[in-house]
Ligand binder design. Sequence first.
Ligand SMILES: [Zn+2]
Length: 233
Amino acid sequence: MLKAIPARHDNYIWLYSRDNLSIIVIDIPEIEPILSFFEQNPYKITALLLTHNHNDHVAGVAEFKHHFPDVPIIGPTECAYLGLTQVVDRGKFELNDYRIEVIPTGGHTTNHVSFWVDSHLFCGDCLFSAGCGRVFTGDYQQMFESIQRLKALPDDTLICAGHEYTLANLAFAETVLEDKSAVQKHKVLVESLRKQGLPSMPTTLSLEKDINPFLQAEDLPQFIKFRQDKDKF
Ligand SMILES: [Zn+2]
């Protein structure tokens, strides 16, 4: 199962499970959507994974602990103060038959991580569909390197990002990409999905390479130019 549960204004809480295994939850902007989902669907939770220490990704941690006291909470160093079961900044770990690869994707925040599991990439606020996160407590070099790391994953990787920013990102992509055909085609699909209240993700890395300016930036200066232009867009 792969499910994006809308939370707050435009966040997603991602749920993933393989076969009949229990569910992995990625990021927790608030507790209510999770409580109502698990009341209606009495699955077990394997773990809560956190991508980075921004309030709209971790605000539900304390209440999550209260409701699911036995579920491990795993995240990067910058989230350690939340009382994590395990701090992970890179490398692989195993959890209930899941093999999870932690990819360092700093830039948006210094210790931001992404989780790659069974060809699904949970990339928080590093990579978005047709865009990328703003550079806050990390720096441009770090963000550029993070994007290169994600770009090196297999083309069929499913991109599961932390926000529904796709239409705004496509509007920007249309102004900067030379070949706009893939962007224009994808925009029609996303407009239709959004009208039905459906998420625009997951997408594939292969599609993102055609519609995402930040994956097409050839070097750091071009990446910085795209990022700064997008900040003002
Ligand atoms: Zn963030």
